[in-house]
Design a protein around this ligand. Structure first.
Ligand code: GLV
Length: 323
C-alpha cells in the first residue's frame, strides 16, 4: 500500500515535517501564504491527513474535494472557527487544534497590548520616528497606570487565566465572565470575581477578550456593549477579530465612549478597518498572539503528532469535539 498522503497548507517548521514524513508522504506548497480555495481543494484530493492554518476554510466543499479516505484535519491554532467540525464529525474525520502550547505567548501579548494602549506606546513611537521635537515634561504623553484597576476577562480559559496572572503581577484585580463559572480553586488563585457580562463591562477598567469565535460570540462587543464600558476603559482583543463589531468600535473610539483599543486580530483579516488606522488611541498588530519561534514550532509539532496518531489508528492527542 502506498503511504498515506498528508497535505500541509503552508510550509511547517522542520521538526513537524520530520514527524509527518514518518507518517506518510507529505505535500507542501512551494510558496508561502494562503492557498486560494481552488488550489486548496486541488491539493487535498486523496489526502488522509491535512494540516491547516487558521485562514484555511475546512467546509463541505473541501471535504468533498479531499474524498472519503480523509481521516484527520489538524489545525495549527487553538481556535478552530475556520473548520466545520460537525461536517467533519459526520464523515468520521477527526479535528484537532493546538491548546496549551500557545497559552503563555498569547497571554504575554495580551498584557503587552494592554500596556501599549494604556501607556500610549504607539503614539510615543510614532512621534519619535517622525522626528517630532519633544522634551520631558510633567504632562507629556500621559497614560494610565494599571495598579489598583480591574481587568475584565471575557473567557477564563487557559489564555484568560494566564493573562489574569500577568495582570495581577501589575497590581490589577480580576473580574471575569463566561458561559460557566470557573472552579473555586481557580477563582481563589486569581482572586477573580465572576460577573454577568453587562456588569463586567461596567466595572472593568480594561476588557480583554479570550473567548472562541462562534455564533454566540460574533459581535459580542457591539455598540451596546461598548456603551456599557467606562469612558476611561480600554479594550484588548487577542481572540478573533469578528468578536468585535469594528464599525461600532470605530464610532465609539471617535466619540470617546471608551478610551482606547489594542487589537491583535481583525474582523476582516488581513484587512484592517481604515477608521482604526486614523486613530491615535488604537494599537494594531498583525495577529501575533502565538508568534514566538518556540511556540510556533510547538504548535506545528503538536499538529503533526495529532496527524501521526490518527493515521496510526490511535486517538488524537488534542481533539476538538463537535458541539
Ligand atoms: C491563533 O490565533 C490561534 O487560534 O492559535
Amino acid at each position: 500500500m502506498p503511504p498515506p498522503k498528508i497535505v500541509v497548507t503552508e510550509r511547517l517548521p522542520e521538526p513537524a515535517l520530520e514527524l509527518l514524513r514518518g507518517a506518510g508522504s507529505v505535500w507542501a506548497p512551494g510558496e508561502d501564504g494562503p492557498l486560494a480555495p481552488e488550489a486548496l481543494r486541488a491539493a487535498v484530493r486523496g489526502a488522509a491527513g491535512v494540516v491547516t492554518l487558521l485562514y484555511d476554510r475546512v467546509d463541505e466543499a473541501l471535504l468533498d474535494a479531499a474524498g472519503p479516505q480523509l481521516r484527520v484535519v489538524a489545525n495549527v491554532a487553538v481556535g478552530y472557527d475556520n473548520v466545520d467540525v460537525r461536517a467533519c464529525a459526520a464523515r468520521g474525520v477527526a479535528v484537532t487544534n493546538t491548546p496549551g502550547v500557545l497559552t503563555e505567548a498569547t497571554a504575554d501579548l495580551a498584557l503587552a497590548l494592554l500596556l501599549a494602549v494604556s501607556r500610549r506606546l504607539g503614539e510615543g513611537e510614532r512621534l519619535v520616528r517622525a522626528g517630532t521635537p519633544w522634551s520631558w515634561s510633567l504632562d507629556f504623553l500621559l497614560g494610565d497606570g494599571l495598579q489598583g484597576k480591574t481587568l475584565g476577562i471575557v473567557g477564563l480559559g487557559q489564555i484568560g487565566r494566564a493573562t489574569a496572572r500577568r495582570a495581577r503581577a501589575c497590581g490589577m484585580s480580576i473580574a471575569y465572565c463566561g458561559p460557566r463559572r470557573a472552579d473555586a480553586a481557580v477563582e481563589a488563585e486569581l482572586g477573580a470575581r465572576y460577573l454577568p457580562f453587562p456588569q463586567l463591562l461596567a466595572d472593568a477598567d480594561a476588557v480583554s477578550l479570550h473567548c472562541p469565535l462562534n455564533d454566540g460570540t460574533r459581535h459580542l462587543i457591539d455598540a451596546d456593549a461598548l456603551v456599557r464600558m467606562k469612558p476611561s476603559a480600554y479594550l484588548v482583543n487577542t481572540s478573533r477579530g469578528p468578536v468585535v463589531d469594528e464599525e461600532a468600535l470605530v464610532r465609539s473610539l471617535r466619540a470617546g465612549t471608551i478610551a482606547g483599543a489594542a487589537l491583535d486580530v481583525h474582523e476582516h483579516e488581513p484587512a484592517v478597518h481604515p477608521g482604526l488606522l486614523e486613530l491615535e488611541n488604537v494599537v494594531l498588530l498583525p495577529h501575533l498572539g502565538s508568534a514566538t519561534r518556540e511556540t510556533r514550532t510547538a504548535m506545528a509539532v503538536l499538529a503533526a503528532r495529532n496527524v501521526a496518531a490518527v493515521l496510526r489508528g490511535e486517538p488524537p492527542l488534542t481533539p476538538v469535539v463537535a458541539s
